[in-house]
Design a protein around this ligand. Structure first.
Ligand code: ZN
Length: 181
């Protein structure tokens, strides 16, 4: 449930340019960054979703969050500020969705395991090792921060098919974010 008074920012949909440019590292984890994270968490839980990158709410900062329970369980939220992928290993194939691509799921191959270094909300560096769905979700979000989307991971032929589908839905007025203005 929402208890914050920070207004929700709408989720930005593909192909908005803010999704297609690399975000900038955060200089200092200050009140503004913590406010951004609070807004992202509220937006992600309202959608609901299991991951969100700052540029998905229009803010080009290197910040993303993941919660595989979408807020159903406390203590599951991961906040990654200036995340860097330090290691990847293995491979897994699975269905992915994305809040910037409403009602589209794609089969995506990703590393099975990853080690990521990031800052927490106190600005302290920490290392997180993940596998399976958590690794998938974190790598999906970090891909956003680098100015890419999951379309990067499918074949050019499939990518064109998906883009055509999206263009049709935009034309039909059927390309609508879960959290809209
Ligand atoms: Zn996404």
């Amino acid at each position: 449930k929402r208890s914050s008074t920070v207004p929700l920012l709408p989720i930005v949909l593909y192909p908005d340019p803010v999704l297609l440019e690399a975000t900038e590292a955060v200089d200092e984890v200050d009140a503004e960054v913590r406010r951004l994270v609070r807004n992202m968490v509220d937006t992600m839980y309202a959608a609901p979703g299991i991951g969100l990158a700052a540029n998905q709410i229009g803010v080009p900062a290197r910040v993303c969050i993941v919660d595989l329970t979408a807020g159903e369980k406390s203590g599951e939220l991961k906040v990654l500020i200036n995340p860097e992928v330090k290691a990847i290993d293995g491979s897994q194939i699975g269905e992915e969705g994305c809040l910037s691509f409403p009602d589209i799921t794609l089969e995506i191959e990703r590393p099975l395991r990853t080690t990521i270094e990031a800052l927490d909300l106190d600005g302290a560096k920490y290392v997180i090792e993940a596998d399976g769905l958590l690794a998938r979700a974190m790598l999906h979000e970090i891909e956003h921060l680098e100015g890419h989307t999951f379309l990067r991971n499918i074949s050019p032929v499939r990518r064109e098919m998906v883009k055509r589908r999206i263009r049709k839905r935009i034309k039909a007025g059927d390309w609508i974010a879960a959290v809209a203005p």
